[in-house]
Write a protein that binds this ligand. Sequence first.
Ligand code: TRP
Length: 337
Amino acid sequence: MSKRRVLTGITTTGTPHLGNYVGAIKPAIAESQNPDVQSYYFLADLHALIKAQDPQRVQQSRLEIAATWLALGLDTDNAIFYRQSDIHEIPELAWLLSCVCAKGLMNRSHAYKAAVAENEEGGVPDPDRGVTMGLFGYPVLMAADILMFNAHKVPVGRDQIQHIEMARDMAGRFNHIYKGDYFTLPEAIVDEKVEVLRGLDGRKMSKSYDNTIPLFVSAKKLQKLVRKIKTNSLEPGEPKDPETCTLFQIYSAFATAEESADMRRRYAEGIGWGEAKNEVFEYLDAQLREPRERYEALINDPGHIEQVLQRGAERARAEANVLMERLRVAVGLGRFQ
Ligand code: TRP
C-alpha cells in the first residue's frame, strides 16, 4: 500500500519563533518520523515574493528557516525537504490551474478580501490598490504546491483552511474538464491540540504584532525577552492564575505534564513574577541550547544547506516530472510524435 502523503509549506519572510516551533515545526518533524507517512516540507519562497520585495530579507529568511528545521532534527532521508522555487513544474502547474480556476473563486479569498476591506475602510478610491496578481492568485500557486505531489493531508493553521478548499475545487474542475483522475483531493488538518502560542504582549505570537521570541537568539537575548513577557501586578505571595498567563503557556508548551503541574502548584502558592521568569528562561535555554549550537553551525555553512536542499529538489522533481508530463498531454501540450 502506498503511504499517506502529508505536505506543508512555510512562507520564507521571517525569522522562526517559539510560536512557529510549537504550532508547526515540532508536529511536522514528529509526523515525518511516522513510517506510514511520506512527508513533503518545503520553503514557500515563491509565495514569499508576494509579501516581501526585499531580496536580502527573502534570502536570509530562506536560510534561517532551512537551518532551523535541520537544527531541530528534521530527517531529510525520510521527509522530502525542498525549496518551492527549485521545482519549476510548480509555477507551470499553477498556470494550468489558473486556466480552470474561476476568477470569482479568487474574489472570495480571505487574503484578497482583507486587502480590499482595508482600502475601503481607509477611504482609498481604488479598492484594488496595492493588490498584485501574486496576492490575488495566491491560492492558485498554493493549490499547485499541494496538487503537484497529490498530497492527502495538509497540516495548516486555521487561516489556511479556505486555501485547501480552493485547491480541492481546482483539482475537481481539472479532473472534470480533462476527464481523468489527475489529482487527489487534499484535506486540511488543523490540529486542535496544537496550541496557538501567545507572544510578549499576550496576543497571538506573530511577526506582524512584533511580539515574538525568536527560537535561536543568544541566551542573553532570550533572557531579556522572557523578562518582557507581559504579566500582571500581583505581588510575590499572592496566588496567580496559570490559565490566563502567557508566561505559563509558553512554559507548558515546552515542559512535560509533570513539570507543568508543578509550576501550576507554584502559581497557586504565589511564586513571584521575577522568579517565575527566571525559571522559564532557564528551562527554555536548557532546551534550546543544543539545537541553537547546531543552528549556528548550519547558518555558517550555507553550502551544506544548499546541498541538502538540492537533494530534496531532485527527489521532488523526480515525482513532479512524471505528473507534469501527464498533465501536459491531458491539456494538449504533449510532444508531437
Ligand atoms: N500559505 C501558507 C502559509 O502562509 C504557506 C504555504 C504555501 C503552504 N504553500 C503551501 C501551506 C502549501 C500548505 C501547503 O502558511
